[in-house]
Design a protein around this ligand. Sequence first.
Ligand code: COA
Length: 323
Amino acid sequence: MAYCSRIIGTGSHLPDQIMTNAQLVEKLDTSDEWIVERTGIRERRIARVGESTSALAFQAAENALEAAEISAQDLDLVIVATTTPDNTFPSTATKVQAMLGMDHGAAFDVQAVCSGFIYALSVADNFIRAGQAKNVLVIGAEVMTRILDWEDRATCVLFGDGAGAVVLQAQEIEAGEQIGILSTHLHSDGKLRDLLYVDGGPGTDGNVGKLRMLGREVFRHAVTNLAAVVGEALEANGLSQTDIDWLVPHQANKRILDGTARKLGLSAEQVVVTVDRHANTSAASVPLALDEAVRDGRIQPGQLVLMEAMGGGLTWGAALVRW
Ligand code: COA
């Protein structure tokens, strides 16, 4: 008997503190017009002092479990995608596991920066397909604003904090049945690691470091790589662009979202956009956007949902889901 993964619940959580573009203008040589025109971002959430990645992740997880109508005791795996873990170790996932009152199953982090959620979803899906897990909690959680250089206007205006989560459940399927996560597709090219990175770490200088980016170069690769991986996902399932109901993309930049939607022949209404209010929340952005579109009723059973992301590494990937 074959298994597929169904997404049976989604959840999210944002810090309550909002920073608008106008507030950034007070301390930086920038303008609301520049930020909105180049990125589509109008405001972002900023974690308060003491508000940790695990705290955001835990709230998102609780909301997802409630929506899924299962308890943490039913889970057998917790995966947290994050590039801003609470500590160098232990993993943020083990902290969330403890906060959920679990002392069974396994928990670990996945690090693929902004592609982290797609990577974690792929790992979880493969655990389920292999029959090694039945209920898996996958979380994307970040406090990106803690690793920003607040004097670098080319990067600090782009990021925000938050968390999103999904609960995956194994479902038995007949051969060839197209339901749940149809396929996931992951890529990386470490030659391009210097385009987007953090200039420190426990294995180099022992510092946490700050985010550095060659924005124009990253933009160029994003458009090409995302189009390629989306094509790969559709082809693998014998589907075409016109079959897609919803695009739930990583929210880095409105211009990248518009470019991808145009290439796929999708209308603006078919793209779930949160970048205007959340900015780029790295691994949290896809599950945050997904939760919004599920809760407001846009995503309906039977519809085809395409998720994609690209981030530091470079890493990129896509997941195609029949809801
Ligand atoms: N406010 C005002 N001016 C700014 C600015 C800001 N916040 N940030 C940069 N500028 C200036 C630059 O200094 C530069 O000025 P100059 O021409 O006098 O040197 C000018 O704007 C253009 O800079 P450039 O970096 O070439 O702009 P851009 O059009 O490429 O836009 C990004 C910059 C970052 C918005 C864009 O490159 C981008 O979105 N890249 C992808 C980033 C991304 O998605 N990263 C995450 C992937 S997970």
